[in-house]
Each structure stands twice: as C-alpha cells, then as structure tokens.
Write a protein that binds this ligand. Structure first.
Ligand SMILES: [Zn+2]
Length: 53
C-alpha cells in the first residue's frame, strides 16, 4: 500500500472529552464531545439552573 501521507484532513484523532467515553469524533465535528454527550452536556446546562431552585 502506497501512502504518501499528504492528506489534508489528517489531524490527530480527537476523542470525546466525556470521561470514560473514548468515542472518536469526526474531523467534521467541531465540538469536543461526541453526539451523545454533546446533547447530554447541553441538557445539563439547561437543567442546572432548575436544579438550584
Ligand atoms: Zn462521548
């Protein structure tokens, strides 16, 4: 297999920041969390003020 190593989208793998997840993010995904935890963190951000009541 010939591999010249000149691929533009070859940034190092980004993994979901959620501890213990290890889901590899798509290079097209600008977020630092995977799809699941992205929603999860958003939900937490919404529910946090409510929890304080
Ligand atoms: Zn994740």
């Amino acid at each position: 297999m010939v591999y010249k190593g000149k691929i533009k989208i070859s940034k190092k793998r980004r993994v979901c920041k959620f501890s213990g997840c290890g889901h590899i993010l798509s290079i097209y995904n600008p977020a630092s969390y995977c799809h699941v935890h992205q929603q999860l963190t958003m939900m937490q951000a919404y529910s946090a003020p409510l929890a304080r009541r």
